[in-house]
Design a protein around this ligand. Structure first.
Ligand SMILES: [Zn+2]
Ligand SMILES: [Zn+2]
Length: 305
């Protein structure tokens, strides 16, 4: 929903990505203007369950006060979870006291303490955070779909397990006892299945850790603030140039690279996309309101507005 860096432009808003996964709606970063962008993306802000903030620079957080207040005005009752680096709890406290409004819902703030940690997990997917180097603490986030191994029903019957609740136990990874004989889940479950994976870098210098973090993902959304010409400036400001992001994508063997966080010195992302493509062909520079569809065993689909 937003693909600009520090200063937004007429066509690019501050950083924000909305992810719909299973029954959850998740926001990554919440730059200024995100409220309107969400509506344009035809996602109800009321449906957002969790917000993951990469770091506390204005271009990634200035949309929070507006969203938090609007949700209160709309009478939200369902809790909202906000994750981010240390300092986010204090920031949210300030936001609660900004302007005159009463919050109608539970705001759960989670400060990430570790360098590499799973911060959210449910049956179908998990979210991991890994610290990356920027001028302030920045976390990259990784979404990993969890595919339960296939339950081999005929095999279970063959082993003497009667269809019914014992099947459920085995499926859940518990062993069961039938006629004094123990049946282990490994005997009746197929090989583990790999789900889709996605990484969003936030703001970072190019770094080795990212190759490890984004290994074999379907989609890597990596910041590329500048082109080659401004390599020194990029590093100085804790950013990555398009070419270096492409090199990471190549070394990490990702399927699709999406560049974002364009400096306002560019009127078009063309140069950056071209430079990156020389190294990694499957690169696209993001545009506001671009949609990306990631499905198992299917090529990543990109729909520009
Ligand atoms: Zn930024
Ligand atoms: Zn930043």
């Amino acid at each position: 929903m937003g693909t600009a860096s520090a200063i937004p432009t007429k066509t690019r808003n501050h950083a924000a990505i909305v992810l719909k996964i299973y029954d959850r709606t998740v926001l990554f970063d919440c730059g200024e203007g995100t409220q309107k962008q969400i509506m344009e993306a035809q996602v109800s802000p009321m449906k957002i369950d969790d917000i993951y903030i990469t770091h506390l620079h204005g271009d990634h957080i200035l949309g929070l006060p507006g969203i938090i207040q609007s949700l209160a005005f709309r009478g939200r009752t369902r809790p909202l979870n906000i994750y981010g680096p240390v300092g986010i709890a204090n920031l949210i406290e300030h936001i609660k006291n900004l302007g005159y409004f009463a919050i109608s819902y539970e705001l759960n703030v989670h400060e990430i303490m570790d360098d590499d940690v799973v911060i959210y997990q449910q049956n179908n997917f998990l979210i991991r955070a890994m610290k990356m180097k920027h001028t302030v603490t920045n976390y990259a986030y990784k979404v990993e779909e969890i595919k339960q191994p296939k339950f081999l029903r005929p095999k279970a019957i063959e082993l003497g397990v009667p269809p019914g609740p014992l099947f459920g136990k085995l499926q859940a990874g518990e062993s069961v006892v039938v006629d004094g004989k123990t049946i282990f889940p490994e005997q009746v479950l197929g090989p583990p299945r790999i789900g889709v994976k996605l990484v969003y870098s936030g703001d970072t210098i190019p770094q080795e850790n990212m190759i490890y973090f984004a290994k074999d993902v379907n989609v890597l959304i990596h910041e590329a603030t500048f082109s080659e010409e401004f390599r020194d400036k990029a590093l100085e400001n804790g950013h990555t140039i398009a070419k270096d992001a492409a090199l990471i994508a190549k070394n990490a063997n990702v399927e699709q690279l999406i560049l974002t966080h364009l400096s306002n010195r560019y009127t078009t992302s063309e140069v950056l996309e071209e430079e990156a493509k020389e190294i990694f062909e499957k690169t696209v520079y993001a545009e506001d309101m671009m949609t990306v569809i990631v499905e198992n065993n299917k090529e990543v689909k990109i729909i520009k507005k």
